[in-house]
Design a binder for this molecule. Sequence first.
Ligand SMILES: Cc1cc2nc3c(=O)[nH]c(=O)nc-3n(C[C@H](O)[C@H](O)[C@H](O)COP(=O)(O)OP(=O)(O)OC[C@H]3O[C@@H](n4cnc5c(N)ncnc54)[C@H](O)[C@@H]3O)c2cc1C
Length: 480
Amino acid sequence: MTAGRGDHGPRPTVAIIGGGFAGAGLAYQLARRAPGAFRIVVFEPRDRLGCGVAYSTADPAHRINVPASRMSFVPSDPCHFDRWLKADGELKRDPAALMPDGRAFPRRAVFGRYAAETIEPFVLEGEIEHRRSAATAISRRAGGYAVRDADGQILEADMVAFAATHPTPQAPEALGALAGDPRLVVDTQNRAALDEIPTEARLLIVGTGLTMADIVASLEARGHQGQITAISRRGLLSRGHPERPGEEYGAFDRNPSRTAGALVRRIRRTIAAAAAEGRPWQHVMDAVRAQGPAIWAALPERERRTIARRLRPFWDVHRFRVAPQVEAAIARLRDTGQLTVLTGEPVAASRGAGSLSVDLRLKGGGRYYGDYDVVLLATGPAHRKLCESSPIVGSLADQGLVRLDPIGLGLEVDERSAAVGADGRTSPSLWVVGPLARATFGELMGLPEVARHAEFVASSILRSTSVADAPVDAPALAVA
Ligand SMILES: Cc1cc2nc3c(=O)[nH]c(=O)nc-3n(C[C@H](O)[C@H](O)[C@H](O)COP(=O)(O)OP(=O)(O)OC[C@H]3O[C@@H](n4cnc5c(N)ncnc54)[C@H](O)[C@@H]3O)c2cc1C
């Protein structure tokens, strides 16, 4: 398949499944860098492109957890969002977003509005088609794919880019007896679900990472009075940002470590060296994150598995930080004793007429039987059981078009981010965009990495189709 700008033949059709941040980012890159070369159709049931699970939230307590100066839809223009934010006037409407040192942590909904407004001109011009419908099946056809959507429409596509990243959270088996009970809240990003919780309710939150942080900040903003217990296997909470921003510290991409153990020791040594210079550990972890692709590429599969299985929870809490406003809310509730964080896991649950009973096994072997009015799931999207939690991935796997990666982080892709099928062969026309490709590329969940990955996949698609790649200037601001 070859196409170029100015061709008079039919344009290749690219179907992008999922128009959250990664899918919209890819559409944007293709539309900007090869105007008119493709028919770009994005399947996304949400009203707006670019927002996805993270930035569709309407809850004002949900804030971005990376300063605005590092969040951009356009990797070639890292300050794109920061400028938009200042021009938009949001910081005047929400002064709590601004830290005394100038860093801004606005509401996630505001970032969603920015992403949607950035891509909107391309939708209005017809460069990108937004199908407001979920893709329900993708099947191989001669020379391409047939994508069926929830409205029964079928699109014939030459290429598919898969970006339906975050599958629905799944309750742990121990909570199976609570399935279907309205007092078990599975989708905690849904503001209405939290609105319905009575102020005095006793709550159990399963999970202590960023989703728990979101929930606690929302509850505090609502004036929740009831006792809150949060539990996770390691009892680790996402850490905060340093008091003052600074440069990354450490060179992990030079002569990179070959084992997980050596990497950890090197990070510890570097943190100690940074501390001796009066610099916080966050600057070291920022360097690890920035150099993530080189670090990951140097590790054999066995070591990557070790990191994914044993070290990931520690990495997650140091790398995914909470916004200062959210960190303060958690500290306030812990200080007053309203929020208790336990290390352990639920092992059984039952429903009573008045409350839900959950049996918790604590680290060290202790047991804790608690009665709760509401149990909230904060374990995050169910990536580990991708084929079950995402029917469309299950259907692609059943047809042998994709397979799970050997590390258990998502889908197996090659170095161009093309999907690897059940037979181990790389597809020439099925791409994976965003966090599901992280087993190959390493850290790929945070927004800056996802934006760069969308740009990278666009380059892979352009190369594979021999479409000329037009270098583009930094885009104009999306605000009027
Ligand atoms: C709650 C949350 C908060 C976060 N906050 C931050 C932050 O503050 N800073 C940061 O750097 N990173 C943050 N992240 C990480 C990062 O920004 C996201 O992981 C990133 O948005 C991933 O983009 P994505 O497009 O891959 O997934 P998403 O943006 O979730 O997009 C996936 C899209 O696929 C759609 N979809 C699903 N199934 C189908 C289907 N069958 N057909 C069509 N469409 C489908 C969904 O509707 C969704 O819109 C956060 C992540 C989460 C989950």
